[in-house]
Write a protein that binds this ligand. Structure first.
Ligand SMILES: NC(=O)c1ccc[n+]([C@@H]2O[C@H](COP(=O)([O-])OP(=O)(O)OC[C@H]3O[C@@H](n4cnc5c(N)ncnc54)[C@H](OP(=O)(O)O)[C@@H]3O)[C@@H](O)[C@H]2O)c1
Length: 227
């Protein structure tokens, strides 16, 4: 039996209103926050991003320089940087492979409401944006509570309303105190039922030793704009 390998840690990237916890309205984001979008890009680029089919529809195209993994019970067409999967297990399988090959020890769950729930027990880090505004038409919510006994705040910064951002907001990076660790046997990748090419299998086997030694990834918060 091969040695178990630690798989990438799972993070949420989410923006919600405070205190109502709205994340969407009619399958769109209810605010325009350019600074936060730039932060979203900086945190997710180069990573596997896992999203629900409705969020994918809302974005309208695969996000560039990321492996877009779309969870849906329906069939969909795979493409460059785009993979459709039917359940959480398959999403993690492809996200793990992509992360190992690209030497990323974190994979990102980017919503929406249903998909955040699917991964709730595995999440170790949260890139949380709290938007200070009221969005009475909101129809998608993220109600997860981050109890200080279970979560610590690594970083936090406030941003004023500005030319780029229609509402004031706060970005926090939260980390679970007792992390959930996922491991796989390398043979999982080699004998899996999922169809992956021999080339891909070889890539995984060759990359695992360096992947295991990766330090934890750090992300810098953006500098606030002047109000
Ligand atoms: N503010 C933010 O940070 C943020 C981030 C992302 C999204 N959003 C917003 O959130 C809203 C969308 O959220 P949502 O909850 O409606 O949709 P969603 O989570 O994006 O997608 C839901 C879809 O995912 C698939 N799905 C869910 N659970 C599944 C499972 N266990 N197995 C297989 N497939 C599963 C189903 O697709 P099928 O119907 O195809 O089977 C389901 O209809 C939008 O308003 C969007 O703008 C906000």
């Amino acid at each position: 039996m091969s040695k178990p390998v630690k798989m990438p840690s799972i993070a949420y990237v989410v923006a919600r209103s405070h205190p109502q916890h709205v994340i969407g309205c009619e399958n769109k984001l209810p605010w325009r926050l350019r600074t936060d979008l730039r932060f979203f890009r900086s945190v997710t680029e180069g990573h596997a991003v896992v999203m629900g089919r409705r969020t994918f529809d809302s974005i309208g195209h695969p996000l560039r320089n990321r492996m877009n993994i779309v969870v849906s019970r329906q069939d969909g067409n795979d493409g460059n940087e785009l993979k459709w999967v039917k359940n959480r297990e398959a999403a993690l399988f492809f996200a793990d492979i992509y992360s190992i090959i690209n030497e990323r020890n974190q994979l990102m769950i980017i919503g929406g409401a249903e998909i955040y729930k699917v991964f709730a027990d595995l999440v170790n880090k949260v890139f949380l944006t709290q938007v200070f505004g009221h969005f009475d038409d909101g129809d998608a919510f993220f109600d997860e509570k981050f109890d200080g006994r279970k979560w610590k705040t690594l970083e936090e910064r406030d941003y004023p309303r500005s030319q780029d951002d229609d509402f004031p907001f706060r970005i926090s990076i939260l980390e679970r105190r007792l992390k959930s660790v996922r491991q796989r046997e390398l043979t999982d990748f080699l004998v899996s039922d999922f169809r992956i090419s021999d080339w891909l299998k070889q890539q995984v086997v060759e990359k695992v030793p360096s992947f295991e030694r990766l330090p934890e990834e750090q992300f810098e918060l953006p500098i606030p704009q002047r109000a």
